[in-house]
Design a binder for this molecule. Structure first.
Ligand SMILES: Cc1ncc(COP(=O)(O)O)c(C=O)c1O
Ligand SMILES: N[C@@H](CCOP(=O)(O)O)C(=O)O
Length: 465
């Protein structure tokens, strides 16, 4: 399998190369040259497989020659062996039509662990015997990617990680899950700005030839293809349990950076019968405006009780626009450069109408979120996190004639205040996070400027060999 950039200029890479590169050198994102497909029989044969076995079957075509089947199996068993539930991503039924897909049984209590536990192992495997010098991972987080990535790479040789989070805009649990990891290769930076600014700074460092020439940069955000590949697996795993390929399944996905829902799009491209993908946003609803009216124009980020989704520039939307727009890298580069300059863009008819056949969207406000939390509690005695509630609210509004799976992306104890406000319940942190509130925190706070952040990293990272 070869990987091409959405902007058409960067070199084509194999899976190992795309994983280590993170972002393409032309500013685009890597995508597979073509979508591999699984036949109906192959999908049916996933029934009864364990999560790691399903992961091997779904990811194998993407990995190509970069790993043998046995190597991939060993990495999946190791990655998913750390999950606290035997099913790794269990389904829970809420009523006749609605299920929750619980994605938060990993070490840091959010869906990010599903991909990042594997990505940490992939980095280690691909760096073994490599002589190009240590990897400098630079990432941006609105709360959950940061802790999952840090857990996945803390203490690993040959890797330094610099994680930017928006100061004061993540929950206490999220912040402490990052800042109390005191491994020498972990560097936490609170920036005076929002997540979009942090993400733009990360991309600017990749795109600055002086900086990226000096350090061997890589990414743990969903700009890294390997992240999305690992997330495709749970769409197959859950759909097969609910009757696919004989019946089509709908998914409602709480969405910010468009990574999780794009993984669902990939599953559909691979042949999984998906009735609908619901893109559920909070009031930071650029994606809802784009999908419903073709208007992808960024607005000021409003802080909400779903901080992980307080995003107005969604990285992975570029992958969708590329695929729907006929995979024309030159045209997409012009479209994206226009957006980067003006913060506004119209979808072409091809992109807008192409999206509508599979994707629908909803913007859910604080009241809608709280109502969904109470409904889950009253209906099924389930305490859900606010991000999950955004998607559940959208799922309950949607007119879709298919079993509906809402992706439960975080454990409610990551956001105790919002849960308590809506339901009166105070969810307890699972024992696996340990004495989080007793540990010492270490992080630095910086202005959200390229100079401040790149100088900070340059002083601490190891230059290329
Ligand atoms: C708990 C939670 N739910 C939903 C999302 C949105 O996912 P995505 O950015 O892949 O759209 C995030 C952040 O990514 C998150 O942390
Ligand atoms: N909500 C995310 C934002 C970054 O998303 P990613 O999937 O691109 O890493 C977070 O928790 O940091």
């Amino acid at each position: 399998m070869r990987y091409i950039s959405t902007r058409g200029v960067a070199p084509t890479l194999d899976f190992r190369g795309a994983t280590l590169a993170g972002l393409a050198s032309d500013g685009g994102l890597y995508v597979p040259e073509q979508w591999p497909t699984l036949s109906r029989d192959e999908i049916a044969s996933l029934a009864g497989l364990s999560y790691p076995e399903t992961a091997v079957a779904v990811m194998r075509p993407f990995v190509g020659d970069s790993l043998t089947r046995e190597e991939l199996r060993a990495l999946c068993e190791q990655a998913y062996g750390r999950f606290a539930h035997a099913a790794v991503t269990p389904l829970k039924q809420l009523d006749h039509d609605h299920w929750l897909l619980e994605l938060f049984h990993g070490p840091t209590l959010a869906f990010k662990d599903v991909a990042l536990q594997l990505l940490g192992l992939l980095f280690e495997r691909f760096l073994t015997g490599d002589t190009e010098g240590p990897l400098t991972i630079v990432g941006a987080t609105s709360g959950d990617t940061g802790s999952a990535a840090i857990d996945a790479v803390a203490g690993r040789a040959g890797i330094d990680i610099f994680m930017l989070h928006p100061a004061g805009r993540v929950s206490d649990v999220q912040r402490r899950q990052m800042t109390t990891v005191l491994a020498p290769n972990v560097h936490n930076i609170a920036i005076r700005g929002d997540f979009d600014t942090a993400q733009a700074l990360v991309k600017a460092m990749f795109n600055d030839p002086g900086f990226s020439g000096r350090f061997r940069l890589s990414a743990v955000n969903s700009i890294n293809w390997a992240r999305l590949m690992a997330q495709v697996v749970y769409y197959f795993y859950s759909a097969v349990r609910l009757g696919a390929p004989e019946r089509a399944i709908a998914f409602s996905v709480p969405t910010g950076n468009f990574g999780d829902v794009f993984a669902g799009y990939v599953a559909a491209k691979m042949g999984l019968p998906v009735a609908k993908l619901i893109v559920a946003t909070n009031v930071n609803d650029i994606l809802h405006r784009a999908l419903s009216a073709g208007d992808y124009s960024s607005a000021t980020v409003v802080p909400t009780a779903t901080p992980s989704m307080d995003i107005q520039v969604s990285s992975n939307f570029e992958r969708l626009l590329f695929d729907l727009g006929g995979r024309d890298g030159v045209a997409l580069a012009t479209q994206m450069q226009g957006f980067e300059a003006s913060k506004a863009m119209r979808l072409t008819n091809l992109q807008h109408e192409g999206a509508a056949s599979l994707l629908t969207s909803a913007s859910i406000d604080a009241d809608g979120m709280a109502l969904a939390m109470r409904w889950a509690q009253e209906q099924a005695n389930e305490v859900i996190d606010p991000h999950t509630a955004i998607a559940l609210a959208a799922a309950r509004e949607a007119a879709v004639d298919a079993p509906m799976v809402t992706l439960a992306t975080a454990h409610p104890a990551k956001f105790p205040e919002a849960v308590e406000r809506a339901t009166g319940m105070s969810p307890a942190l699972p024992g696996r996070v340990g004495d989080l509130f007793e540990r010492q925190e270490v992080f630095d706070t910086l202005d959200a400027t390229f100079g401040a952040v790149s100088d900070y990293i340059a002083e601490r990272a190891t230059p290329r060999g």
